[in-house]
Write a protein that binds this ligand. Structure first.
Ligand code: ATP
Length: 225
C-alpha cells in the first residue's frame, strides 16, 4: 500500500466497498460520470461526506460534471486489492457457515472461500458449493499450504477463543467473527465482529425508540448513541 492510501481515514475506508459496488454497476450500465447527489441517493451517504471521502482519493468532482466513473473505479480496484484474489477460510460448517459456503462472494468482491474446517466427521471430507471441508486437526497445515490469512468464524461461541488462538498461530491476520464471543487477539490481528442477534435486537430497539424523522435523516450518525 502506498503512503497516499495509508492516509485514508478508517470511516472513509469502511465506505469504499459500498462505493465500489455501486460504481461497478454504473460502469456496466455504460455511465461515464456520476454526481455526488446521485451517489448519495444510491448509497445513502450524505453528499458532503461523499465529497470529503472522494477528495482523499484525489478525485475532485467538477461542478456540473460530477466524477469520472472510470477513474474512480480503477482507484477503488487498486485500493481494495480487487486485482488480486483473496483466499478465505471458513471455520464451522453449521447453518450459517453452510449458507456462506453456498454464497458467491465473487459476485461483488474479489474474495473467495477456498477451504472450510469442522470437527463433525459427517461433514469432513465432503464439499459444499465446491469448497472442501477438512478436519480441524489439519487447519494449521492447510492454511499455511494455501497461504490463507483471512478467516470467517461460524463456530459455537464456547470454542471461538481456542480456535482464534490457533488461527493466530497459523498466521491468520484478519478474522470475521460471527460468534457472540468477544475475542482476544494480539494487536497485529484485526477482528471484525458481526453479531447477528445483537444487530437484529438493536434494529428493533431503534425502531421502537428512535422513529425516523425524515427531515433529520441527512445528519449522518444522528441515531447512533
Ligand atoms: P448445525 O445445525 O449444523 O448444528 P449450527 O449453526 O446450529 O449448525 P453450531 O452448534 O453453532 O451449529 O455449530 C456450528 C458448526 O461448528 C457445526 O458444524 C459444528 O460441527 C462446528 N464446530 C463445533 N465445534 C467446533 C470446533 N471445535 N472446531 C470447528 N468446528 C466446530
Amino acid at each position: 500500500m502506498s503512503q497516499e492510501q495509508m492516509k485514508i481515514p478508517q470511516a472513509t475506508a469502511k465506505r469504499l466497498p459500498l462505493y465500489y459496488r455501486f460504481l461497478k454497476n454504473l460502469h456496466s450500465s455504460g455511465k461515464q460520470r456520476v454526481s455526488s447527489a446521485e451517489l448519495s441517493e444510491a448509497v445513502k451517504v450524505d453528499s458532503a461526506t461523499i465529497r470529503r471521502d472522494f477528495s482523499y482519493f484525489g478525485a475532485l468532482g467538477k461542478k456540473g460534471y460530477g466524477y469520472n466513473v472510470n477513474y474512480l473505479l480503477s482507484f477503488f480496484r487498486k485500493t481494495l486489492d480487487q486485482d488480486e484474489l483473496t483466499k478465505v477460510a471458513l471455520i464451522g460448517v453449521g447453518n450459517l457457515g453452510t449458507a456462506f459456503l453456498n454464497y458467491n462472494f465473487l459476485k461483488n468482491n474479489n474474495t473467495k472461500i477456498e477451504l472450510a474446517f469442522d470437527v463433525d466427521e459427517n461433514k469432513v471430507g465432503t464439499k459444499i458449493g465446491d469448497v472442501p471441508i477438512f478436519h480441524m486437526e489439519q487447519i494449521e497445515e492447510k492454511l499455511r499450504e494455501e497461504n490463507v490469512n483471512v478467516a470467517i468464524l461460524t463456530v459455537p461461541a464456547h470454542v471461538a477463543q481456542t480456535i482464534t488462538d490457533r488461527l493466530v498461530n497459523a498466521d491468520v491476520k484478519g478474522i470475521l467473527n460471527f460468534t457472540p464471543a468477544r475475542l482476544n487477539v494480539p494487536p497485529t490481528i484485526r477482528v471484525h465482529h458481526i453479531d447477528l442477534a445483537v444487530e437484529l435486537q438493536s434494529l428493533v430497539y431503534f425502531l421502537k425508540h428512535y422513529p425516523i424523522n425524515v427531515e433529520n435523516e441527512e445528519e449522518e450518525g444522528m441515531v447512533n448513541p
